[in-house]
Design a protein around this ligand. Sequence first.
Ligand SMILES: C[S@@+](CC[C@H](N)C(=O)[O-])C[C@H]1O[C@@H](n2cnc3c(N)ncnc32)[C@H](O)[C@@H]1O
Length: 225
Amino acid sequence: MSESQLWQKVDDYFTGRLLPDAPDDALAAALRDSDAAGLPPIAVSALQGKLLQLLAQLQGARNILEIGTLGGYSTIWLGRALPADGRLVSLEYDPGHAEVAVRNIARAGLDKQVEVRVGAALESLPRLADENPPPFDVVFIDADKVNNPHYMEWALKLTSTGSLIILDNVVRGGRVADPDNTDPDVLGTRAALDLIGSHPRLSGTAIQTVGAKDYDGFALARVLA
Ligand SMILES: C[S@@+](CC[C@H](N)C(=O)[O-])C[C@H]1O[C@@H](n2cnc3c(N)ncnc32)[C@H](O)[C@@H]1O
């Protein structure tokens, strides 16, 4: 058995023990329809989705911002952490992805709380800021990695003391720590990590993970005063 197969096996075990009801109908259908529509299989795993949901619940989140919707799988996990009058804005570049996501989110019964905005996030974010929304309690960044430092800057503008910023895919099989790797996505992730490590308004960490999504990881940053 390869390392990767072992990680998958343990994730299957954890999922069976800890999330016996997940994926439930709406989550399973979201993945099935995303796959049928030809979306890439790059959504978070069920265990990761549950972690996002727990983090949002620990935050007592009423307002959540997601950058990178895909088919709305992580959106549904996060949306389920919201109170009835909570709000989640998810930004997606690809209209085809957004169309699938909107259907998946509606089937999950979250269409009142969740809004998917189509367009390049760096164009949607200034428009969102112009609306003076209440500070987002959680920001989940999971789009084009080259823009991660810009997304971190926008997250800082759109949050307040105590907000949580989650940055996905910071390990990428270890490429982040390979000084010879100058892939723009890796450079973007390094710049975002540097920002977290050096910004006076951020306190953060990064965690390596293995599992159904192979070897990767995420960074967490708390917004300080
Ligand atoms: C890794 S997927 C998101 C997965 C999703 N968060 C989940 O776990 O279910 C990244 C998504 O970001 C979108 N994306 C890429 N570049 C973008 C951009 N500049 N602005 C907004 N979305 C973008 C892609 O089209 C893709 O759907």
